[in-house]
Design a binder for this molecule. Structure first.
Ligand code: NJP
Length: 253
């Protein structure tokens, strides 16, 4: 039976790679991000490659809970419910700037997306997406190794804190949903070569290279493969958390 999967942050990077991977399994896809043009281009690509695939796209900022809720309600009229949430939208802005050099708006956008938006998407899928009512489904949170006790990367105080918050939220939500068939999972990538790094305000090549420590990063399809593994388990098995890191990422050894 085809699964209906809602992916936040699906316009590029890890979210788009997960969309491509799940499209190959015939999932019905609901793709959200702020860039509607990129989402539509991805939807066209997927529909061309996979005949009969159902893909819904909405340009929405996860910080805007009212818009997120309306978007889900509209699509639910056509798909009935959401089976899987890939809670992936996220960003780091300002690195490698030290905390006091961040702009207040950068702090608001990072926490608004990585904390508020992350919780809004979960809440709205559990309620409007009927996951709570049906008592079954999967919430797969794309968190980060940086949410754990890894050596901190300077300039990432807000980002690390937001990812630690995602980890705490994931663990508590899982305990709240004991007794249902809803799995709550954390997928924690190490460094992945996506737009994530290049988009940072204050980004410069030498600090990026220093951050990368000269190793080969993962690519987004590596993380998508790990997500597919977590989602392919039967109802009895929860791969609660999975760290997927470049073998040579020294900061994680
Ligand atoms: O980053 P990128 P990744 N509302 O920049 C969207 C985590 N992670 O794929 O809105 C809605 O290529 C944005 O789309 P748009 C990371 O923390 C990564 O690497 O159109 N959507 C785009 O689709 C994040 O949680 C690394 O600009 C919003 C997507 O999010 C996840 O992986 C390491 C949005 C970001 O695509 C995906 O990041 C790690 C908003 N407010 C964890 N803001 C890594 N790359 O090394 C952004 O440990 N998006």
């Amino acid at each position: 039976e085809s699964q209906t999967v809602l992916i936040t942050g699906a316009s590029m990077g890890i979210g788009a790679a997960i969309a491509r991977r799940l499209a190959s399994e015939g999932a019905t896809l609901i793709l959200f991000a702020r860039s509607g043009d990129k989402l539509n281009a991805l939807a066209e690509e997927l529909k061309k490659t996979h005949e009969g695939l159902k893909v819904f796209t909405t340009a929405v900022d996860v910080q805007d809970h009212a818009a997120l809720s309306t978007a889900v309600k509209n699509i639910i009229e056509q798909v009935d419910h959401v089976d899987i949430l890939i809670n992936n939208a996220g960003l780091a802005i300002g690195a490698p700037n030290a905390f006091p050099d961040l702009k207040i708006q950068e702090i608001i956008t990072m926490t608004g997306t990585n904390i508020n938006g992350f919780m809004f998407a979960t809440y709205i899928v559990l309620n409007e997406g009927k996951m709570k009512e049906r008592g079954k489904g999967t919430i797969l949170n794309v968190t980060s190794t940086t949410g754990l006790e890894v050596p901190p990367f300077p300039g990432e105080a807000v980002y690390h804190a937001s990812k630690a918050c995602q980890e705490a939220f994931t663990n508590v939500l899982r305990t709240e949903l004991v007794g249902t068939d809803i799995k709550v999972l954390a997928l924690r990538p190490g460094v992945v070569a996506t737009n994530f790094h290049e988009q940072r305000v204050g980004y410069d090549k030498s600090s990026y290279d220093g951050f990368m420590q000269g190793f080969e990063p993962l690519v987004a399809p590596d993380v998508a493969e790990a997500a597919a593994f977590m989602l392919s388990q039967n109802d009895r098995i929860s791969v609660k958390a999975l760290d997927v890191v470049p073998t040579a990422q020294r900061s994680l050894q």
